[in-house]
Design a protein around this ligand. Structure first.
Ligand SMILES: [Fe+2]
Ligand SMILES: [Fe+2]
Length: 316
């Protein structure tokens, strides 16, 4: 039976069970989830742009097929997540409108440009890699539809991560130009990838509540550390240099120490002043307008089907 009140909700959270759409839940819990799942869905959709940019320029048919499939997966992730958000009483149209109006954010990482082919590898390796670190944690989130969507998404993300890393292995085994291209790429993406985990725990406004509600189960800084620890040996294997002079293994902590993040850059991109914020949203809005006829046709088709079904039932 659906939960009826705060006490029952608290008991489910304490027992590490799942909250489901028909359950009673605090307003703040619902609002936080709508914001977070919406932002997550938007990130998947906007994230199609930087990579989609290279589909027509992929160096081989094989790489093109992989990239198309990857970008299509991201579109699918967006759709699962919009559906998960809809279980909280918001419509997909409302969420899309909030994105277009700029009142909903998406991950800042997608406001950076993809300047060379190695970026396609680096995005899979670092950006999808950072996303997985975060999403594996979210697959244990207290909201049932969100946690279940994450299970499937994480499986696909780990494919994405491996295809990116494999692309870089090939480039790093190649010519000195290909190796230099890979190094240039990691130089540009390393710090923005670390920023994907969000502000330090001490500066993170939503973290405490989200942790209490078990929406979020590991802190930003712990996730970031986990990502750095996993990624440094992978960069070593590629023979690529991580652009951080302070990066060093700390035997005592059993973790890598790393240098300070440029939070000024982070906040500038969040506020809309990143390299491509304007282009990404303009492109998204234009695609929405261009697709109006598809939505109209789909609605007209659905209405026709319903009318036909009604008619056949009436005459049966
Ligand atoms: Fe994704
Ligand atoms: Fe992905």
């Amino acid at each position: 039976m659906a939960l009826q009140d705060q006490a029952e909700f608290d008991a489910v959270i304490a027992a590490d069970d799942k909250i489901e759409p028909t359950d009673w839940m605090p307003d703040g819990y619902r609002k936080t989830l709508i914001r977070q799942i919406g932002q997550h869905a938007h990130s998947e959709i906007i994230g199609m742009q930087p990579e989609g940019n290279w589909i027509s320029r992929a160096p081989t048919l094989h790489r093109k097929a992989i990239l198309i499939a990857k970008v299509q997966d991201e579109g699918g992730h967006g759709l699962y997540l919009y559906s998960a958000a809809e279980t909280l009483g918001v419509t997909r149209d409302q969420l899309v409108a909030a994105l277009h109006a700029g009142s909903h954010k998406y991950s800042s990482i997608f406001n950076y440009p993809t300047l060379n082919w190695a970026d396609i590898g680096t995005i899979g390796w670092l950006v999808d890699g950072a996303a997985i670190t975060n999403q594996v944690m979210l697959s244990r989130s207290s909201y049932g539809p969100y946690s279940r969507a994450m299970v499937r998404i994480c499986k696909e993300e780990s494919f994405h991560q491996r295809q990116g890393y494999e692309l870089l292995i090939r480039l790093c085994e190649g010519s000195s130009e290909q190796k230099a291209m890979s190094q240039d790429s990691i130089d540009r993406w390393w710090w923005p990838a670390l920023m994907m985990f969000g502000p330090h725990d001490s500066d993170s406004t939503h973290s405490a509540e989200s942790t209490a509600w078990k929406i979020k189960r590991v802190s930003n800084d712990d996730l970031r550390q986990q990502f750095v620890d996993a990624t440094v040996p992978q960069a070593d294997y590629l023979g690529l240099h991580i652009p951080d002079p302070d990066l060093v293994w700390n035997e005592e902590r059993g973790h890598y120490d790393f240098g300070p993040i440029d939070w000024e850059e982070f906040w500038q991109v969040v506020k809309g002043n990143g390299p491509l914020n304007r282009e990404r949203l303009d492109h998204k809005r234009a695609a929405w307008d261009d697709g109006a006829w598809v939505r109209e046709a789909a609605v007209a088709h659905a209405e026709k089907q319903a009318a036909r079904e009604f008619e056949s039932r009436r005459t049966a």
